[in-house]
Design a protein around this ligand. Structure first.
Ligand SMILES: [Zn+2]
Ligand SMILES: [Zn+2]
Length: 183
């Protein structure tokens, strides 16, 4: 079998009629990306089924990954593990779709191209990880964040300014009521 876990490429001629089931573990270094503000820290597990219909290859499966990122509220670095199901259709690059179609393909993360009868499984998986990580990541659902006045991480301890901030909204409501009553 050619399915050595260290192989980056899948040869199309290795895909039998009934499809091919793959279980891969790929090192974190394969998923380095500069467009995202996170880092893959552990090998990524990829389970997928590959089928071939004419020139089109369908890959569907699940990836499990662990990343390190910063909390959007308190900015502390933390680890996040997640699973993501995915589906990618590979089109032959030699089919040369019209310009319009190429444009569509380029924008769609669920469509990829193959050439020389080989599939790159890493690139689409990397896109799927980017898709799976929320734009706002929280270290905990109830993260208290940072004090907007002194910058204290409120998960660790409360600061004095937080208290006065809590009173202020009430005071301004009272002021507003007074203004309204005077009209
Ligand atoms: Zn946080
Ligand atoms: Zn403060």
């Amino acid at each position: 079998m050619k399915n050595n876990p260290s192989d980056l490429w899948i040869d199309i001629s290795d895909i039998p009629e009934k499809g091919l089931n793959l279980e891969l573990m790929k090192d974190a270094s394969f998923f380095e990306t500069e467009e995202a503000d996170f880092r893959v820290t552990k090998p990524v597990s990829i389970h997928c089924n590959i089928t071939k219909v004419g020139d089109e290859i369908y890959v569907r499966g699940k990836i499990s990954f662990t990343i390190e990122t910063n909390c959007s509220r308190c900015l502390v670095s933390f680890t996040l593990s997640a699973d993501q199901e995915f589906k990618v259709t590979y089109l032959s690059a030699t089919m040369r779709p019209s310009d319009e179609e190429t444009e569509l393909t380029r924008r769609d993360m669920h469509v990829s191209c193959y050439s020389n009868n080989r599939l790159d499984i890493i690139l689409p998986v990397r896109d799927q990880i980017v898709l799976a990580v929320p734009i706002k990541t929280l270290c905990a659902p109830d993260c208290a964040g940072l004090c907007s006045v002194c910058g204290q991480n409120l998960n660790i301890k409360r600061c004095g300014c937080y208290k006065s901030e809590e009173i202020n909204p009430g005071l301004s409501i009272l002021k507003e009521l007074k203004l309204r009553n005077n009209r």
